[in-house]
Design a protein around this ligand. Structure first.
Ligand code: BG6
Length: 484
């Protein structure tokens, strides 16, 4: 609305996430005219900076193209910066006064508080936001990024703290995988197509794999990473969110609460993961690697504590105790320092009953949803080899986005999520009870790994991870097709 001011307050404005993701995202949204007309960008951090200094810190990441310089200057004119501590009420009060001044000229002032902060200041910063900085002339929303605690107990504590300050409708917990196009498409694919509904169950599906692969190591982020490990960094959040959307029942409607209710319901049918259903790995240097990163093992990273047993790779198997999924293994695997960047879901269907083709020809149908890169949905199926007498072969029904939607540029996850926050739609954000359930599933395993100092299996940088993970998949009815 034109007579409203929308202030986006970035707490931790000089930090890494702000420089690399948040400011560039805001710039792109501004450039493309997607933000409300009166949007104010407010940086807040401890360092004494000018808007100019701030600009220098993130400008390179904005990739301003020739011809866009004027627009970029206009964007910068809508930026202000306030320096202050995260544990001082009077500093937050100053921020409040600065916001009030800007809002004085308009009918309503809406505030988005984006916490791009290390977890140890979450508590104090949120307390002061609520007590000293809460707008009185419009809505207020608080945006948080993981880590949301490091196990069930600490996550519960944080949730209780937030519950004491804000209403759930005011809290936006980001899991940026929920902003990815192909993850968002899962609901449409499953529930807008007759063909998938009746076959999406234990009678037809043999197993499902959800995987995340990255060809980079910790790259100096070892200090953070070592505290958390791959299960907390990727599986408990990103992969579990994909899992929920793939496994849940059809929601009553597309409302945020209805969707999130179904996600929680399916999570509640899962028992905590056991160590025997898990393979853990840690990467070592690849002496033949093509760059320094590849020639550096996890333990060679100076920011990683000596002798750390933190896993950089994990594969776990989940089972859902409900009528739809009884007996179907869900294999979730994630790893750093692997051979490629890829995130995908592979749904393997059982072979047909009463097959009339020779055994060795019968292959499984497989539905692949490739989240990234080269977004695609394709279904592997058996068809007759052209011009043959009944030769059969595997072919594909292929929706590759770059072919079907030529020239389309998919919005980045953070862009979509920001717009949802401004619109007040929580469908793509994590609710407190979802978070609690995912932690319940992984906490006993995480505690056991830490208590027993379970040694991860070493794997070489740039490979497919420990072969034991392939054995785990095979034991869980997943057939290797050479590409996962
Ligand atoms: C983050 C993790 O949440 O996701 C990182 O902390 C990881 O370790 C990143 O690299 C991957 O995100 P994307 O969008 O590049 O797949």
């Amino acid at each position: 609305k034109e007579d409203h001011l929308y202030s986006i307050i970035i707490l931790g404005a000089s930090g890494d996430l702000a420089k690399k993701k948040i400011y560039p995202t805001l710039w792109m949204l501004y450039r493309d005219g997607l933000l409300p007309q009166n949007t104010l960008f407010v940086g807040y951090a401890r360092s004494k900076l000018s808007v100019n200094d701030l600009q220098k810190s993130f400008e390179a990441n904005c990739k301003v193209q020739p011809g866009q310089e004027g627009k970029f200057q206009e964007f910068m004119k809508n930026n202000i910066y306030v320096s202050g501590n995260y544990d001082k009420a009077e500093d937050f009060k100053r921020l409040h006064v600065a916001l009030d001044e800007k809002e004085a000229k308009v009918k309503a002032g809406n505030r988005v508080f984006y916490l791009s902060l290390p977890p140890f200041v979450f508590d104090v910063a949120t307390t002061f936001i609520r007590k000293a900085c809460w707008g009185t002339r419009g809505w207020n929303r608080v945006v948080l990024e993981k880590p949301f605690g490091r196990d069930l107990e600490t996550s519960r504590k944080l949730s209780e703290h937030l519950k004491g300050l804000f209403k759930e409708e005011e809290i936006y917990r980001i899991d940026h995988y929920l902003g990815k196009e192909l993850v968002q498409n899962l609901i449409t694919l499953r529930f807008a197509n007759r063909i998938f509904g009746p076959s999406w169950n234990t009678h037809n599906i043999a197993s499902v794999m959800i995987s995340f692969k990255e060809p980079i190591g910790t790259q100096g982020r070892g200090g953070y990473f070592d505290e958390y490990g791959i299960i907390r960094d990727i599986i408990q959040n990103h992969l579990m969110q994909i899992f929920c959307l793939a496994a849940m029942e059809k929601p009553v409607s597309l409302d945020a609460e209805d969707i999130r209710d179904e996600k929680v319901r399916v999570l509640r049918r899962i028992k905590p993961v056991k160590l025997e259903d898990t393979v853990l790995g840690q990467y070592i240097a690849n002496p033949d690697g093509k760059n320094d990163d590849e020639r550096t093992g996890y333990l060679d990273d100076e920011t990683v504590p000596k002798g750390s047993v933190t896993p950089t790779f994990a594969s776990v198997v989940l089972k859902i105790d409900n009528e739809r999924w009884e007996g179907v293994p869900w294999i979730l695997r994630a790893g750093k320092a692997l051979n490629e960047r890829k995130a995908e879901i592979r749904v393997q269907f059982k072979t047909p009953d009463g097959d009339i083709f020779p055994d060795d020809d019968a292959k499984r149908n497989e539905l692949v949803i490739r989240v990234q890169p080269n977004e695609a949905i394709y279904l592997k199926m058996m068809t007759k080899t052209p011009n043959s007498h009944f030769g059969i072969e595997e072919t594909e029904l292929d929706l590759t986005y770059s072919k079907r939607y030529e020239g389309l540029v998919l919005a980045e996850a953070y862009q979509l999520l920001f717009l949802e926050i401004l619109r007040g739609r929580q469908m793509h954000f994590v609710r407190a009870d979802e978070l609690e359930e995912t932690w319940r599933i992984f906490t006993p395993l995480l505690h056991q790994i830490e208590k027993d100092k379970v040694k991860p299996i070493q794997y070489k940088f740039g490979g497919r991870g420990p072969p034991e993970a392939d054995d785990l998949a095979a034991d869980n009815n997943f057939m290797y097709t050479g590409t996962y």
